[in-house]
Design a binder for this molecule. Structure first.
Ligand code: ADP
Ligand code: ZN
Ligand code: ZN
Length: 660
């Protein structure tokens, strides 16, 4: 009898064997019901063989092999295999997380018919600029695998390059996968894609879709009916029979990195997938990740550059660094910024004040006894939200009412310290009573629908002043927006996280890029106490390459990625001592001594050591050779799996870790 090797959704690095009455290699990639424990599970058949490592008589018999879907193709299983090996994630979990919920259920799902997107009229395409033409022509879908990095300043027309390449791929009968950081923030892009290709099937795949819609879209993509798949990071695993091009927009964005469950980078999986299929991949950004930039410098990726804004009327905004050291600020705002906003109001142009901190104030405190609003579950302060009179922890989500008096000493005179967008909004409204002020952050915009409404209001000219967080920074064209004021950026300059400057630069470049997208000239005012900082100097010159070169040199000297390869073992438990003891044991495993190219650091508490009542610690392992690290990790992981740990301790390994 044939033996099925089945991947199950379990955190175990092995396959499960079952005998089947009838099965053939044609069943590889099909879902199958199998007995497991006292119940049943749904798995995916990875192989059909004649024998097993187990005595055949001990194997259980598989149940029904489902045939409502064509088998998952070999390249999909290979992709999952790669991700499983590279990220030390259980293969079955990788396969199952890539499937829509409905297809993971034991009951065979009801077959639903494909998409029915409303037909839209095609829109004219602009004539490409010379730089855009060069970029488009550099990508040759017929030439096999190639990774291209499209570095284009904000407003340089990267999207137009994507659209032309998509057009070519469609003409060649291929499918295209277009990944974006957060679909919520990009309704404009989706609209542009649909409008440009009214005859093509365009489906989106992201976590905010209702289950049924997600499954319908996934099926259309898998069946090859949808030619264009627009998705967030998880979409990188969608099986696509005719995939001919992968595009990753805003490739530097942190949301391409999954931070829980299987910790993977959709960008890196994308490059592997393109390589595997022998197709081109295009990574686009105004501020590429240093990893991608280094790959372009060493010519592993081909660099394509757009230096000018595409709209011939538009120009890059003028960036002013405003030294606030000698200034008296009111609510953190300088008189100069107020004057600039006043001027824009007089001309009926829009201003944006950027403050990347939502809420009213980051903390509530008692001056009498020193009490501050700490979260009892996290190493963090509770943020004051005056609008609904709540104290809220932005890390674990727990919240309660604002106390009327100090919980420690009873003092009734407790104060908010520092400021967030709510407080700024209120204060600006007092300064400009006539102005229409819109606050845009995760508190005022919670759903895609609200975001679309908000964008419509901004476009419709219903706002004179926008107050917002980084939500506002991403790819939007606001033609009337001519002034961007930046507050509170300094706090990220000297953050302990060595990736902070890279992130801050990207963020400021993005938000500055909102100004002057059309004929009206834009200006940016950055308030700072460190006017001579090299980061600000690079911003004034719009000099990403210069700034990237500085950062890369620092990283090379410090031996940080991309000049070293890292993995992190993290443990969390109710007691820090348990977390640290576990990591200490992991650091002492004999497997470590056998791999001389791998360095293991000391276990330390994480920067945010306490989250949701768990004490977290981490152990960094590093190598100058990726293959050496990759050879070490599976053996070490197996040994760590064998360690004894207190029942409440959880651990995981993150390869190419992002946060420290
Ligand atoms: P990016 O994604 O690089 O920030 P976009 O693709 O959003 O830039 O383009 C910025 C603006 O320039 C958009 O309004 C777009 O319609 C316009 N645009 C793009 N390419 C051209 C072109 N070749 N000629 C004229 N306008 C263009
Ligand atoms: Zn007190
Ligand atoms: Zn908390």
């Amino acid at each position: 009898m044939p033996v099925l090797r089945v991947a199950l959704d379990l955190p175990l690095h092995r396959l499960f064997d079952y005998v089947a009455e009838v099965a053939s290699p044609a069943d590889i990639g099909r879902r199958v019901r199998v007995p497991f424990g006292r119940g049943e599970k749904l798995g995916v058949i990875v192989d059909v063989v004649d024998d097993s490592d187990w005595p055949l008589a001990q194997l259980k018999t598989a149940g029904e092999i489902l045939s409502d879907l064509p088998p998952l193709p070999a390249d999909f299983l290979k992709l999952c295999e790669f991700a499983s090996a590279y990220y030390q994630a259980a293969f079955g979990e990788v396969v199952m997380q890539a499937l829509p919920v409905g297809l993971k259920r034991l009951a065979p799902p009801v077959r639903r018919n494909g998409r029915a997107a409303a037909a839209v009229k095609a829109v004219a395409q602009p004539e490409l600029t010379d730089e855009q033409s060069l970029a488009v022509n550099a990508v040759d879908p017929a030439a096999g695998f190639a990774a291209h990095l499209l570095h284009g300043v904000t407003g340089s027309g990267k999207t137009e390059v994507y659209l032309r390449l998509i057009e070519r791929a469609l003409a060649a009968g291929r499918q295209v996968l277009l990944l974006v950081p957060e679909i919520n923030l990009t309704p404009q892009l989706e609209g542009r894609v649909r409008a440009r290709f009214p005859a093509a099937g365009v489906v989106s795949l992201h976590s905010e879709l209702a289950e049924a819609a997600r499954e319908r879209n996934w099926r259309a993509a898998f069946a090859g009916e949808a030619e264009i798949v627009l998705g967030t990071r998880l979409a990188i695993f969608t099986p696509l029979p005719r995939l001919g091009l992968i595009v990753i927009d805003e490739e530097h964005d942190a949301s391409f990195k999954q931070q829980d469950g299987m910790r993977y980078s959709a960008r890196d999986v994308g490059v592997f997938r393109a390589h595997q299929l022998g197709i081109p991949i295009l990574l686009g950004s105004a501020t590429p990740s240093l990893e991608s930039w280094a790959n372009a410098q060493s010519q592993r990726y081909q660099l394509l550059t757009l230096r000018q804004r595409a709209n011939p009327e538009a120009s890059l905004p003028v960036v002013h660094i405003l030294d606030t050291r000698q200034m008296v600020l009111q609510e953190g705002v300088s008189a100069a910024l107020i004057a600039a906003i006043t001027e824009k109001l007089g001309r009926s142009e829009q201003s944006l004040v950027f403050l990347n901190r939502r809420g009213y104030a980051p903390v509530l405190a008692c001056p009498a006894c020193g009490w501050v609003s700490r979260c009892t579950r996290c190493a963090a302060n509770m943020v004051l939200h005056l609008a609904d009179r709540r104290l809220r922890c932005h890390h674990c989500g727990c919240e309660h009412r604002v106390p009327k008096a100090c919980p420690t000493c009873g003092n009734q005179d407790i104060h908010p310290f520092g400021r967030g967008t709510q407080r700024l909004e209120g204060w600006l409204q007092e300064q400009f009573p006539e102005a229409r002020i819109l606050r845009v952050d995760r508190d005022s915009v919670k759903s895609r629908k609200q975001w679309e409404t908000m964008l419509e209001r901004i476009h419709g000219g219903e706002a004179d002043i926008l107050v917002g967080t980084q939500m506002l920074a991403k790819g939007h064209d606001f033609p009337k927006l001519t002034l961007v004021g930046v507050l509170g950026a300094d706090s990220a300059l000297f953050a302990a996280d060595w990736r902070a400057p890279e992130r801050l630069f990207a963020q400021l470049m993005q938000v500055a890029g909102r100004a002057g997208r059309a004929e009206l000239k834009g200006e940016v005012v950055i308030q700072t106490q460190y006017p001579d900082h090299s980061l600000y100097a690079a911003l004034v010159k719009h000099d990403y390459p210069g700034f990237a070169a500085t950062l890369l040199k620092e990283r090379e000297q410090a031996g940080f990625p991309p000049y070293a390869f890292q993995a992190m073992l993290r443990a969390e438990a109710p007691q820090m001592a348990d977390s640290l003891a576990f990591l200490t044991a992991a650091a002492a495993l004999p497997e470590i001594g056998e791999h001389e190219n791998v360095i293991v650091y000391d276990p330390i508490p994480m920067k945010m050591a306490r989250l949701a009542s768990l004490e977290r610690a981490q152990l960094l392992v590093e190598s100058h050779s990726r293959p050496a690290l990759q050879a070490f990790l599976p053996r070490w992981r197996e040994a760590v799996e064998g360690l004894k740990a207190p029942g409440k301790l959880r651990w995981h390994i993150e390869v190419d870790p992002f946060e420290f």
